[in-house]
Design a protein around this ligand. Structure first.
Ligand SMILES: NC(=O)C1=CN([C@@H]2O[C@H](COP(=O)(O)OP(=O)(O)OC[C@H]3O[C@@H](n4cnc5c(N)ncnc54)[C@H](OP(=O)(O)O)[C@@H]3O)[C@@H](O)[C@H]2O)C=CC1
Ligand SMILES: CC(=O)C(=O)O
Ligand SMILES: [Mg+2]
Length: 591
């Protein structure tokens, strides 16, 4: 046995070693796995060059039946594949046919994950070319269900898990990841997964899904993307008692223990990947999210998707909607249900944009924006007990206990849902906002679909077809009184892939609010007359690669303008440059 292992190590041929009977019965295998008794140690052998069998099992290089005759000869694939040679296009057709046969969304999700794990380029080609159909599968709403059931559907690990057990060893853990040149990290601690709450370690579905979109929608190479889940425990009793739960079985660590792990993580990230790696915080609970962004925003290239990406996408949708609802941004009155990351993040960016447009101080422009939280309208008499991120929105007003009453007294022209709680835009609420406006702009941002403040059907029916509606998770077109209504998807997926690409291609070292405004403007500009005619305030996702290239170009331009870009000299045509940097999932030929 030892001689066999030595031969393998030394690269000698072991193919002539015929299996021999051994004393304990059975047949000796050359790797020593099967013949070892359970208490003996075995060596987990692997080959370092992807060829033959290992090439077929390498998701980065596998092409399945699309390996050419020449490649089959050159890479020891003869006999490992049936004789047919197919094209990537035919494989795509086969996969989409198969996926369409699954009735259950979670089965579609699992099939897509299986493809990602076995043939990465085919996965991305399928996703890029069927983006409107497959986005709801790999992303919201289905990813929400996948996270809830992550433990029971778990097959192979994806991404990197950093738990409290790794405290003091985070740099070593990062070094276990097979790729060295990482450009984008999406990290969660699983405490606020969509509107589904604390899913602990099972939140991993979110960084994995977001990074799949970084590649498919924004063209960042998959090997440059690293999904990370930081596991500090969970307060979700159901998961703690679930035999299939994959995370630490303890209550969440908080305070110093939490911040020390995060500090170690952020330090290790910079040490391992350098100054220009983008860290996207995703689905942290708001009691950590704002603090992490403020703390690391000055020392790292960090971006909070829920606060900043959402703000940028919603501002774009509101600006685009002005063509349909009339007026300038400063003429509108905004009312939010939900004053957390998404709500206050959006509110602040709208106030900033109005301030820039009107040259009025932001303290002034905030006054047209009102927020309702679980305790009612945020007003000055509540100021002392409010979390810090709500305080700027505590305007002078009598207390108002409910959303419906807030609509009646504030008389908003724009109603935005960012509460994480479904069905809050009731018939009465939508009727009230419709009674004030000819065309009310209603955005139900909460994900997944089950948490949406209302459905598209409810918005159009209860407003008698007058609402301009967009939602965080997609809804099918709705027919009302013989007319078909199309709603847009107000989701940060429009922004973060292009935004991140812009940071990466310019070598930006910090994120600045003006970049968010630039991304927002770039997105709003992409809404065409044809989209407006359908009542849409976002362009279709089918154009997302072009949209992302435009967003990336404008974000990069802003980074150069602000002196935050390090990739010099600045490319002349940033759109073309962004496009040229984008990953294409078409198969490569192997020599
Ligand atoms: N479409 C998109 O692109 C995005 C959508 N989202 C979605 O937005 C939702 C919220 O996310 P986020 O802001 O990060 O969450 P947070 O937990 O930070 O904020 C939630 C807010 O909603 C309030 N709230 C909760 N329940 C009610 C209720 N019954 N009535 C009134 N207010 C209520 C909370 O009030 P209190 O403070 O009093 O507890 C809090 O202010 C999620 O569903 C998420 O999926 C988020 C990011 C992007
Ligand atoms: C879309 C998103 O980031 C969220 O719902 O949290
Ligand atoms: Mg999120």
């Amino acid at each position: 046995m030892e001689s066999t292992l030595k031969a393998l190590r030394d690269g000698e041929s072991v193919l002539d070693l015929s299996p021999r009977s051994i004393v304990s019965g059975g047949v000796e295998d050359v790797y020593g796995e099967d013949c070892a008794t359970e208490d003996q140690l075995v060596t987990p052998w692997n080959f370092s060059v992807a060829s033959g069998y290992s090439l077929l099992r390498d998701p980065q290089y596998n092409k399945g039946l699309a390996f050419t005759e020449k490649e089959r000869d050159a890479h020891y694939l003869r006999g490992l594949l049936p004789p047919t040679v197919t094209s990537q296009t035919l494989q795509e057709k086969q996969w989409i046919n198969n996926i369409r046969q699954y009735q259950v969304p979670l089965q579609k999700y699992m099939a897509m994950m299986e493809l990602q794990e076995t043939n990465e380029r085919l996965f991305y080609k399928l996703l890029v070319e069927n983006v409107e159909e497959l986005l709801p599968v790999v992303y919201t709403p289905t990813v929400g269900e996948a996270c809830q059931k992550y433990g029971s559907i778990f097959k192979r690990p994806q991404g990197l898990y950093i738990s409290l057990k790794e405290k003091g060893k985070v740099l070593e853990v990062l070094k276990n990841w097979p790729e060295r040149s990482i450009q984008v990290i999406v990290v969660t601690d699983g405490e606020r997964i969509l509107g589904l709450g604390d899913l602990g370690c099972q939140g991993m579905g979110i960084p994995v899904g977001k990074l799949a979109l970084y590649t498919a929608l924004g063209g960042v190479r998959p090997s440059a993307c690293l999904p990370i889940t930081i596991d500090v425990g969970t307060n979700n009793e159901k998961l703690l008692n679930d035999e299939f739960y994959i995370g630490l079985r303890q209550k969440r660590a908080t305070g110093q223990e939490y911040s020390e792990l995060l500090q170690e993580f952020m330090t290790a990230v910079k040490q391992n990947y350098g100054e220009k790696v983008l860290v996207q915080f995703e689905d942290f609970a708001n009691h950590n999210a704002f603090e992490l962004l403020a703390k690391y925003g000055t020392t790292h290239l960090v971006f909070n998707d829920d606060i900043q990406g959402t703000a940028s996408v919603v501002l774009a949708g509101v600006v685009a909607a002005l063509k349909l609802i009339g007026g300038n941004l400063c003429d509108h009155t905004f009312l939010f249900l939900g004053a957390g990351e998404a709500g206050t993040g959006i509110a602040e960016l709208i106030a900033l944009e109005i301030s820039k447009q009107t040259k009025k101080p932001i303290e002034e422009t905030r006054k047209k924006i009102w927020l309702v939280d679980s305790k009612g309208l945020i007003v000055s008499s509540r100021k002392d007990s409010l979390q810090h991120f709500k305080k700027p929105w505590a305007h002078e007003h009598d207390p108002v206990d409910s959303l419906l009453n807030a609509v009646k007294v504030i008389k908003p022209t724009v109603l935005i849902g960012s509460s994480g709680v479904g069905k809050q835009f009731t018939k009465e609420v939508i009727e009230a906002v419709t009674s004030i406006n000819d065309k009310p702009l209603i955005m139900a941002l909460s994900n997944p679909t089950s948490q949406s403040e209302c459905t598209a059907e409810e918005a159009y029916h209860w407003s008698e077809g007058r609402a301009i509606f967009a939602s965080g998770s997609p809804f099918d077109p709705v027919e009302y009184k013989g007319k078909v209504y199309y709603s847009g998807q107000a989701n940060n997926a429009y922004i973060f892939p292009g935004f991140g690409l812009g940071l990466v291609i310019s070598g930006a070292i910090r994120v600045h609010d003006d970049m968010l405004l630039a991304a927002s403007e770039a997105l709003a500009k992409q809404v065409s007359e044809e989209n407006y005619k359908k009542g849409l305030t976002y362009p279709p996702f089918s154009d997302i690669r072009k949209i992302s290239a435009n967003i990336a170009a404008d974000v990069a331009a802003k980074a150069y303008e602000l002196g935050l870009a390090t990739r010099l000299p600045r490319p002349q045509n940033l759109v073309k440059y962004a496009e040229s940097c984008m990953y294409s999932p078409v198969y490569r030929n192997y020599r």
